[in-house]
Design a protein around this ligand. Structure first.
Ligand code: ATP
Ligand code: MG
Length: 347
């Protein structure tokens, strides 16, 4: 194929781009900011800085929800901007591999293909996020042997068993990084009568959160607003409170893993018992999440090296082994080929 080969991990929280031969070249929040006249005033980092701090004249959009496009125009503008940023001075349009959660519909796939080719790609190809994550985690697996990947992103947790270069069993759940932060917001509102924003909740999760109760309790002082008086409030939250707030979401992640294991054929399940579970995505950085999953499933669990970049790195690996990709039915399509594309054939 002529042109630069780019992998775009189009995530709910962040967009990460990989260029063949150069590695990961971009990691920016998935956000677009508009003024009152719908002119773009920021994309990526600039837009994220305005999120929850904007005034009435500015609207900040998070264009993907649970890994799928919720605002077509904003996603297209964001992809267009990122493609032009990483492909400065390129003569030919790039070829793009992008990822989608494992459970998306054919229509959602078609929407993303259309969007990427409209945003400046010569040809585009979609692969499932957990498959890309497995490649990025160094688990390229074109043999008949089962491996299990749990990709915990911002909007979705994707659990998949992969064998012979393809997904054999998979499930997605909305219990992922954002749901963990939202659980902290809910806890503060219902138990402490304090309102906090998403950025504060994320910071609490990252700084003192843990998937297992900490042996030694620690605390963090942050600020929000009293619900009743609406006045600014400084408060302290403990690691135990954070754990209790997040527990139902963590339990649901384990349930999704169990549900996939239940549907996994016995020979592949035996392989997983041997090779273990590999965690990827930003959510894999939550303290002790590997130990918690190992305790609850009885299967040894580890966090991949560089879990945040696994999906983007995996798309780089896919470009290097494009023969395996095409053997498994993953094809690149130009914009004009998508018109005749029947998504039902892919399901
Ligand atoms: N150190 C950390 N501890 C806990 N959570 C973290 C940490 N670092 C990042 N996260 C969380 O990881 C999530 C983002 O992960 P990631 O970048 O993989 O998501 P995404 O790919 O954009 O989303 P999706 O795949 O669901 O579309 C956020 O919820 C963020 O709060
Ligand atoms: Mg992701």
């Amino acid at each position: 194929m002529i042109g630069t080969n780019i992998g775009i991990d189009l995530g709910t929280t962040s967009v990460i781009a990989f260029i063949e031969g150069r590695g990961v070249v971009l990691n920016e929040p998935s956000a677009v900011a508009y003024d009152k006249n719908n002119n773009i005033v920021g994309i990526g980092k600039r837009a994220y800085a305005m999120l929850e701090k904007n005034h009435e004249g500015i609207r900040v959009v998070k264009p993907l929800v649970h890994g799928v496009v919720s605002d077509f125009t904003a996603t297209k503008q964001m992809v267009q901007y990122f493609i032009s940023k990483v492909c400065k001075n390129a003569v030919f349009k790039p070829n793009v591999i992008a990822c989608v959660p494992s459970m998306v519909t054919g229509l959602e796939k078609r929407t993303i293909l259309e969007l990427i080719t409209q945003a400046g790609a010569a040809k585009a190809c979609l692969i499932e996020e957990p498959l890309a994550a497995s490649l990025g985690a160094g688990l390229r697996n074109d043999r008949p042997k089962g491996v299990m990947i749990v990709d915990i992103g911002g909007g979705t947790t994707d659990v998949a068993v992969i064998t012979m270069g393809c997904i054999a069993v998979s499930k997605s759940s909305h219990s992922a990084g954002n749901a963990l932060s939202e659980a902290i917001i809910r806890y503060m509102r219902t138990e402490r009568d304090i309102i906090i924003g998403m950025k504060t909740a994320e910071e609490i999760k990252i700084r003192i959160g843990s998937a297992l109760l900490r042996d030694v309790e620690i605390g963090l002082t942050k600020a929000g607003k009293y619900y009743l008086t609406k006045m600014p409030a400084s408060f302290e939250i403990s690691s135990t409170e954070t754990f209790l707030a997040m527990k139902p979401v963590l339990d649901d992640i384990v349930e999704t893993i169990r549900a996939v294991l239940e549907e996994t054929p016995p020979e592949l399940a035996a392989d997983i018992l041997d090779s273990g579970i590999v965690l990827t995505g930003g959510g894999a950085l939550l303290r002790n999440i590997d130990r918690m999953i190992e305790n609850k499933t009885g299967i040894k669990t580890r966090v991949a090296a560089d879990p945040v970049n696994c999906v983007a790195l995996g798309m780089g690996d896919a470009f290097e082994h494009i023969d395996i990709l095409s053997q498994n039915g993953y094809v690149f399509r130009a914009f004009e080929e998508i018109g005749g594309y029947n998504p039902r054939r892919e399901e």
